[in-house]
Design a binder for this molecule. Structure first.
Ligand code: PMP
Length: 305
């Protein structure tokens, strides 16, 4: 992936990519205290639209609150508009948007008390998270030997940079085992989520997803649940075990970057018939339409650039 934005909204102004730099003696870099979001903009009927931008901005501020920061350096309106402006300035019609709050000065001694916060946002073209064929053929996953961050170790409802070391380790393990993705269990052995995606399984027509207590409650997960409920599909948020993964008819993982991806193999066991299942494909098809403003009931989720 080539992470290059021609322009970056950096500390209050739009500057060329090369000028958006931060010194290495930056405490967010050292201690993982940045907070960020991953957002997508899509080419829709009437131009480019950002999907669920308001929700992403709200979660970005919630992540700051989780770190005990109640005074952000910019208002929600500024952050909201910065995301739109950076897409426009880079002349992108479909892209990934990465806003981030970080400590600009201070924050040493493992305290954020004297920290001065700032913010930057970049946007770049990023087509498919797991490559072009994954969407249609599905991916292979493994159950990770790493547990998901524990709720008394990190604050799992925030997109706090340091939390993602857990994801990086699990993803690295997946790659070392020649599969695409890791599924992380909680400390009690129940399925939690993937490295940057929520997970759903389908068994005998019933859709199940882990309960929200430990996971990041993703907006893609929420959009999918709304579709499932609107269509009166059989649905449950519940504890899911590793053997339920192996015995599922269908599995799919969801997230902003990843969108809706079928999982066709877990720990070397074929899931269902080894191809993306019918319900997964239906949900994938719905998601492709919804993000492009083609589902009337969900059109409020689009913010036009
Ligand atoms: N879980 C984790 C750990 C994530 O990082 C993400 C990506 N933000 C998700 C789930 C999915 O969240 P969303 O659908 O809001 O992108």
């Amino acid at each position: 992936m080539n992470v290059e934005s021609k322009y970056v909204w950096h500390q209050g102004k739009i500057v060329p990519f090369e000028e958006a730099t931060i010194h290495f003696l930056n405490s967010s870099f050292h201690y993982g205290t940045g907070v960020f979001e991953g957002i997508r903009a899509y080419k829709a009927k009437n131009g480019t639209a950002i999907f669920r931008l308001k929700d992403h901005v709200d979660r970005l501020f919630e992540s700051l609150l989780l770190l005990g920061v109640d005074q952000a350096p910019y208002s929600k309106d500024v952050i909201f508009n910065s995301c739109k402006d950076i897409v426009k300035k880079n002349e992108l019609d479909e892209c990934y948007i990465r806003p981030m709050f970080y400590v600009r000065e201070g924050g040493w001694g493992l305290t954020l008390k004297d920290a001065l916060w700032d913010y930057s946002v970049a946007a770049w073209p990023w087509d498919k998270y797991h490559g072009e064929t994954a969407k249609h053929k599905g991916i292979k996953a493994k159950v990770s030997s790493f547990n998901r961050n524990h709720i008394n170790v990190s604050l799992t409802k925030g997109k706090i940079s340091g939390n993602y070391v857990n994801s990086v380790l699990a993803k690295l393990e997946a790659k070392q085992c020649h599969v695409d993705e890791s599924i992380l269990l909680d400390r009690n052995g129940f399925v939690a989520e993937c490295t940057g995606q929520n997970i759903f399984i389908i068994k005998n027509g019933k859709v199940k997803t882990p309960m929200p207590y430990l996971i990041l409650e993703g907006f893609t997960r929420d959009t999918v649940i709304q579709f499932i409920k609107n269509n009166k599909m059989n649905f449950e948020e519940c504890l899911i075990t590793r053997d339920q993964l192996y015995l599922a008819d269908e599995i799919f993982i969801v997230g902003t970057a990843n969108e809706i991806l079928p999982v066709v193999e877990v720990d070397g066991r074929t899931i269902g018939c080894g191809r993306p299942g019918a319900m997964t494909l239906e949900i994938q098809g719905f998601y492709d339409l919804v993000v492009r403003g083609e589902v009337e009931d969900f059109s409020d989720y689009l913010d036009w650039v």
